[in-house]
Design a protein around this ligand. Structure first.
Ligand code: TMP
Length: 242
């Protein structure tokens, strides 16, 4: 990065730099990992590169399946070029199988396959600890129109169909994932952020017994160890398949 590429924003796992074209940005994936709203922090050498490569492959797959996204191209191993978007401050979580906060906040048992995909929407606000939010509250807060919210939910369900089948092909169960969307300069809604083992739960289906083997950020959240090995395995399976 040089002087022309000014740092616009630094998040927990990525840095966003300006691009010579004002409708584009350069996104650098960092090696930092955080959990529980950054109460827990660590650095894993190589994580940024792995997430960048994995996310780029997944965005290419989604684009091929007509999902509108911010992704333009992989610039180098830990950097992508993307369309500039105004991020909608909502985190859209889709759950196929119950785990994580759903099981802490309800009586649903971990590992229960849900009768249909469950969409949980959170307000993207670190100070408030990203609270679960309702459609009515979103309307009152004037974050997006009900029509655009429906569009985002519809896109999330479509993305789930594509990703679930893709991951199944490489022997991974897509348990849940978190998406973020934004508006481009023409007010189109695009999928933003990243799709990687940082924001998806992926369980290894190559297991003889019923034990859960997480190949995602739960390795860090739950102190299981082997995070880089898990992310490398996902990257390897994706590259062998595509
Ligand atoms: P949860 O079970 O903790 O609510 O997480 C559901 C999914 O969302 C899981 O795949 C991890 C992802 N996620 C994020 O990407 N960022 C977050 O801040 C949180 C809380 C979850």
């Amino acid at each position: 990065m040089n002087n022309i590429n000014e740092l616009i924003y630094e998040g927990k796992a990525k840095k966003v730099f300006s691009h010579d074209d004002s409708n584009k940005v350069i996104i650098e994936f960092k090696d930092d990992a955080t959990a529980f709203n950054a109460m827990k922090k660590a650095k894993f050498e190589g994580k940024g590169k792995l997430n960048c490569l994995i996310s780029s492959r997944i965005f290419e797959l989604l684009i091929k399946n007509n999902i509108p996204t911010h992704f333009l191209e992989l610039k180098n191993e830990n950097t992508i070029i993307a369309k500039k978007i105004k991020v909608i401050p909502l985190e859209i979580v889709l759950r196929n199988t119950a785990y994580g906060s759903l099981c802490k906040q309800t009586t649903i048992k971990p590992g229960t396959v849900l009768p249909k995909p469950l969409i949980d929407i959170y307000l993207k606000n670190d100070e408030l600890n990203d609270p679960l939010i309702t459609k009515d509250r979103i309307e009152i807060l004037n974050i997006i129109s009900p029509k655009d919210l429906d569009l985002i939910i519809d896109l999330t369900l479509k993305i789930n169909v594509i990703l679930k089948s893709f991951f199944k092909n490489i022997q991974l169960e897509l348990v849940d994932f978190k998406l973020e969307f934004g508006y481009d300069c023409k007010n189109n809604i695009l999928l933003g952020d990243e799709i990687s083992p940082d924001n998806c739960r992926l369980w290894d289906l190559n297991q003889k017994n019923d034990i859960i083997v997480s190949l995602d950020k739960d390795r860090f959240r739950n102190d299981l160890g082997g995070l880089i090995e898990a992310y490398s395995e996902i990257n390897r399976r994706i590259n062998d398949f595509i």
